[in-house]
Design a binder for this molecule. Structure first.
Ligand SMILES: [Zn+2]
Length: 194
């Protein structure tokens, strides 16, 4: 996945890549509808958040958008993902410094706005057949916030805003701890002790 590496600009995201759990998700693409992965790092007043989710959970489908209604659904999902301060309870002083999305659906949207005929040429499929019936697609979202001082807890509204999301396996790394927990309809916050 060349695009992944192009998009990764910060040292702590590279740090994520060295973690076995994340590496496994990236390599094997643990793709389970209803489930997503969230990696959070809070070090030196910088907060990094990486969300990896099947597109189904966020958009409601995983194929290329085929009509206006589906383009609208895709745009609406991306708009929710872009409003980072509505997804993560952070003070306004903790500004969004970097945001990036990856995934073939996101890329298809970017292409279709540039050209009149998006085409499927750039879309590389792992499976040559059964694509129509068994096609799956993921969305990766990366956020970087800073400077974020004295944050002890992060409330996360992903499950509220995306009803297709049932649970989120979350890993939190700070300079002195590493915690793994599951977010669900009951548990939607994580402790952050820098
Ligand atoms: Zn899928």
């Amino acid at each position: 996945m060349q695009t992944s590496f192009k998009a990764i600009t910060s040292a702590s995201l590279l740090f994520f890549l060295t973690l076995p759990a994340t590496a496994e998700v990236r390599q094997h693409g643990a793709h389970e509808h209803g489930s997503a992965t969230l990696n959070i790092a809070y070090v030196d007043n910088t907060l990094e958040v990486e969300l990896l989710s099947p597109a189904m959970n966020l958009i409601g489908f995983e194929h290329m958008p085929e009509n206006d209604e589906q383009f609208k659904q895709l745009n609406s999902a991306l708009s929710k993902l872009k409003h980072a301060h509505q997804l993560f309870s952070l003070p306004s002083t903790c500004k969004l410094k970097h945001i990036n999305f990856e995934g073939e659906l996101v890329e298809s949207l970017a292409q279709s706005s540039k050209s009149d005929h998006p085409g499927h040429d750039s879309h590389k499929s792992k499976d040559d057949h059964d694509e129509e019936e068994h096609h799956h697609s993921d969305i990766h979202a990366h956020y970087q916030f800073g400077p974020c001082k004295d944050i002890n807890q992060l409330n996360i509204s992903l499950i509220k805003q995306f009803p297709g999301l049932d649970h989120v396996t979350t890993q939190v790394i700070t300079s002195n701890s590493q915690t793994q927990l599951q977010l669900n309809s009951q548990q939607q916050s994580v402790p952050l002790n820098q």
